[in-house]
Write a protein that binds this ligand. Structure first.
Ligand SMILES: Cc1ncc(COP(=O)(O)O)c(C=O)c1O
Length: 451
């Protein structure tokens, strides 16, 4: 009964859509009963993709010997000098075209180190992208500074440069652009604003390993860049991070801060200890990272080629709009986001679309939500410290300003994203993703009415 119902609706909706019919005959040929072949899995058809997706992270047996070498050496901490951490730092800097790199315990600690060295202090403000993992906000809050959100450009999902200047106050110290999902921000515009207002630029490149902007790698475009090597990342070591930059002086200060405030290179501290903490990377982390550098380069090219293919396919289908990237830039796709236009799917909600896509064997997520409404920032601004540092009027206006993040709200409501590991599959799997979307679109009128 249910099958008959759905099939009847399928035939009605397919007949109503000449685009869908053209696709059906191209995909199935005249001798196949197109309605059965193209029925979405959620309506009882065959899933477009079976067999799962590449697992992440991966390990290789040939890596084990070097990890055992570290274990047996008894030299596990970098503080004594030498070993795999400085080796990785040199390799990472070379790969990025950075003057220096500093290994850290995580991406969060890389951000905290960079903001500290950039001079962000209690009572300062940092212009930040709202569309990011909570660590970008938290790294600012840890300094007892205020993350002031620029709006997100719905076409790029990154910080809209036009929304920055109106948010600058006499307390603003730095801008924290986030190359989210590995998509470069509009750095020329951001750097120009920073220069005009004498602000530091700390790039959150925690998802942007090898992403490129105008011939340079993300993480080398501002004053300091920050990377994460946490387990889900394209080059994972369980936990881990790095600060990169083009200035020896800044990197010496970062090194000192992350090494309990010891003197480093040009940074002499006070002859003894300066302010600092312990955010050091371990040799165990560094050896795993060194082993994955070539793999990262190869896999990045693979993801990029598959993403290019998907973009071309999506542009033909319509309704799932690929993001716009800055001219002459290259994303690395930690997630591959698309902007879902429900109007082109007969009003089918994003949630229902994603559910149907999941039934096709294509898992997806809606990306980040409006996290500034989730309580974390309220907790901060209601704390004694924040009340002491800012007047009640400023904190009230700050809280109300979240309503102005219209571009970001739109992005949070319309993004559909697939994971980086899916881009590591072969080309036929990309065709299956596109097939799944076409099927759902062809049946969207029926699906929209389905409970
Ligand atoms: C955009 C962004 N910033 C910062 C971080 C923090 O990195 P970590 O988890 O290594 O501390 C992450 C990690 O997920 C991230 O995605």
């Amino acid at each position: 009964m249910n099958n008959q119902f759905t099939r009847r609706h399928f035939i009605q909706s397919a007949a109503a859509s000449s685009a869908a019919l053209a696709w059906l005959s191209a995909r199935t040929g005249p001798n196949v009963f197109a309605a059965d072949a193209a029925k979405p899995a959620i309506l009882g058809g065959k899933p477009a993709h079976t067999g799962g997706w590449p697992k992440w992270p991966e390990w290789r047996q040939e890596w084990e010997a070097q990890i055992l070498d570290v274990l047996r050496s008894g030299r596990w901490c970098r503080a004594g000098g030498g070993g795999q951490v400085p080796e990785f730092e040199a390799a990472w800097a070379k790969l990025l075209g950075a003057k220096r790199a500093l290994g850290t315990a995580s991406g969060t600690t890389a951000l905290i180190t960079s903001l500290y060295v950039a001079g962000v202090d209690a009572g300062d403000e940092v212009i930040c992208s709202p569309y990011t993992f909570s660590a970008s906000y938290n790294a600012i809050l840890i300094q007892k500074a205020l993350p002031v959100f620029a709006d997100t450009d719905p076409e790029t999902l990154t910080m809209c440069p036009k929304s920055i200047e109106s948010r600058i106050t006499e307390r603003t110290k730095a801008i924290l652009p986030v190359h989210i999902y590995g998509m470069p921000c509009y750095m020329d515009e951001i750097n120009a604003i920073a220069k005009k207002h004498k602000l530091a630029v700390v790039e959150d490149a925690c998802q942007a390993w090898l992403a490129e902007y105008k011939g340079r790698k993300c993480g080398t475009l501002g004053d300091l860049g920050c990377f994460s090597f946490q387990n889900s990342k394209h080059i994972p070591s369980g936990e881990g991070g790095a600060v990169t930059g083009m200035s020896d002086e800044l990197l010496d200060r970062c090194h000192s801060f992350h090494n309990c405030g010891r003197s480093v290179g040009s940074f002499k501290g006070h002859g003894c200890f300066a302010r600092g903490t312990n955010y050091r990377m371990q040799h165990f982390q560094a050896v795993i990272l060194l082993q994955q550098i070539e793999k990262l380069v190869k896999e990045t090219a693979h993801r990029q080629a598959n993403a290019d293919y998907l973009i071309a396919g999506l542009n033909q289908i319509g309704g799932l709009v690929p993001v716009r990237l800055p001219e002459n830039s290259r994303a690395v796709w930690h997630l591959f986001p698309m902007r879902y236009d429900a109007a082109q799917f007969n009003g089918l909600s994003r949630g229902k679309f994603m559910q149907a896509l999941g039934k096709e064997g294509v898992p997806s997520s809606g990306g980040y939500g409006e996290q500034y409404n989730d309580g974390m920032l309220d907790e901060a601004i209601n704390s004694t410290g924040y009340k002491r540092l800012w007047g009640a009027d400023r904190l009230k206006a700050y809280r109300e300003s979240f309503k102005d993040l219209k571009g970001n709200a739109q992005v949070c409501a319309t993004t559909v994203a697939i994971g980086q590991n899916m881009l590591l599959a072969d080309r036929s799997a990309m065709d299956q993703i596109l097939d799944a979307i076409r099927k759902i679109k062809a049946h969207s009128a029926v699906l929209a009415k389905k409970a």
